[in-house]
Design a protein around this ligand. Structure first.
Ligand SMILES: [Zn+2]
Length: 436
């Protein structure tokens, strides 16, 4: 798994790339050094505490290189020595290395329609700080969100630095996950939910508070959830799908992401993985995107309420209440609710067929309400997909439900931030040169 690299710290993952992350292809000596530091740090992160001999075996690097690289990682405070391991009857005991706790902080902030959900972790993934608050922003006005983000970064930083022995902590990256398309220069191109058009969130945060000087990444929230679900699947099952698709239905719509070779695909315009607006019929219901018959017009919460004979306007102020009522009827065997989800399943199968023809995923993960409705959805989807088996007998993906639930976006954004340091340990300065 070491060669799966994700994050804008990677040479191929700088802003402007069509993917987030990708396998490094070193070209110069600085790149070789960075890559080797990354190899060693990743091994320590995954398997530490470990001895230098183990690092040499695992990375294929000679002992002299391992000695120099580990000295550099110790010098930057990312790694420290802990205890000794016996070398058996002969030879000296070996010193073990592990990640230094609390040295590097990544803050992830998820922007929702009304709230900011945030957390901070060190490189080990240990959560050092958590927060959730209202942002109070009106539709179309990002300024209250920007002010709240600057406050959150300061509060998290002060609290983490003030706790324990963390005076040398460094803020490595702030990752902001937004419900909208993010274009190549990490500008929010469009958020239907927030009413944002071409919002340069990173510049606005810097203008609000120039002391927030660490790298800031702006990413799509569903992409981060896809990345977290991909990582969770790999970690828990050991399966490494080459192409992985994630789709979820939440109160506000349908989102998702595509992960290929461990990298989230953002596409040419930040729109890759926008499964909700795959057209599944020419003359279907009108969609707010301007088209007709998009997947969301069959499988979105509002669409399901209509199909189940519920009045969505009655739930306009609180669509979640409508979703709960739909769910109750579904589980009670209400024929209209069951039929609504059967139609939704057919639309999902049609959209998935398109996804399979273009990207050929081995694994499709259903998240959000799709996971809760999987008993109704999956058999129907598989039946529709099976109808095409004569043409392409082996291309059906494994369909499973999500592993992380609502936490997926924040966890994905945190991991994404940590991966940027694992990609490029030289981004963390020497401890003595700069305490953070
Ligand atoms: Zn649409």
């Amino acid at each position: 798994m070491r060669n799966i690299v994700i994050g804008p710290g990677a040479p191929s993952g700088t802003p402007g790339s069509a993917t987030i992350g990708g396998v490094n292809s070193p070209t110069g000596s600085a790149d070789v050094r960075r890559r080797n530091l990354s190899l060693v740090l990743r091994h320590i992160a995954a398997f530490g505490p470990c001895a230098r001999t183990e690092l040499a075996e695992a990375t294929g690097l000679v002992h002299a290189s391992i000695t120099a690289l580990t000295a550099e990682l110790i010098g930057s405070g990312l790694v420290h020595e802990v205890g000794l391991a016996s070398s058996g009857a002969r030879g000296r005991p070996r010193r073990l290395l592990e990640l230094a706790p609390g040295r590097v902080l990544t803050i992830a902030i998820q922007v929702t329609q009304s709230r900011l959900v945030s957390a901070g972790t060190d490189l080990s993934g240990a959560v050092l700080w958590r927060d959730e608050r209202e942002h109070g922003a009106a539709f179309g006005d990002p300024r209250p969100v920007v002010r709240a983000i600057a406050e959150i970064v300061h509060e998290a930083w002060n609290e983490v630095r003030g706790a324990g022995d963390r005076k040398r902590a460094q803020l490595a990256r702030v990752v902001i996950a937004v419900p909208g398309a993010v274009v190549e220069d990490e500008v929010v191109a469009d958020s239907i939910l927030l009413g944002w058009r071409r919002v340069d969130l990173r510049s606005l945060v810097r203008a609000q508070d120039p002391t927030v000087s660490c790298p800031i990444s702006i990413v799509n929230e569903a992409n981060m959830a896809a990345f977290a679900e991909y990582r969770a699947l790999v970690d828990r099952t050991g399966r490494v799908p080459k192409v992985f698709a994630y789709l979820r239905v939440v109160r506000t719509g349908i989102g998702g992401g595509l992960v290929v070779d461990g990298s989230v695909q953002t596409g040419g315009h930040g729109m890759a993985g926008e499964f909700g607006h795959i057209p599944v019929s020419f003359d279907g219901p009108a969609c707010k995107c301007g088209d007709h018959g998009c997947l969301v017009t069959y499988l979105g919460v509002r669409a399901l309420l209509v199909a189940a004979g519920l009045d969505p306007d009655e739930y306009d102020a609180d669509l979640e209440r409508g979703r709960v009522e739909f769910d109750r009827r579904l589980r009670g065997g209400d024929p209209a609710a069951v039929r609504a989800l059967e139609t939704g399943a057919r639309a999902l199968a049609t959209a998935l067929t398109a996804v399979c023809r273009v990207a050929d995923p081995e694994q499709v993960v259903l998240g959000g309400h799709l996971a809760a409705w999987s008993d109704w959805l999956v058999p129907n989807v598989l039946r529709h997909l099976a109808g095409r088996r004569a043409v392409t007998p082996t291309d059906e993906p494994v369909i499973s439900t999500d592993l992380l639930g609502e936490d997926a976006t924040l966890r994905g954004a945190l991991r994404y931030g940590c991966e940027t340091v694992l990609d490029d340990p030289t981004s963390v300065p020497l401890v003595d040169a700069d305490g953070g």
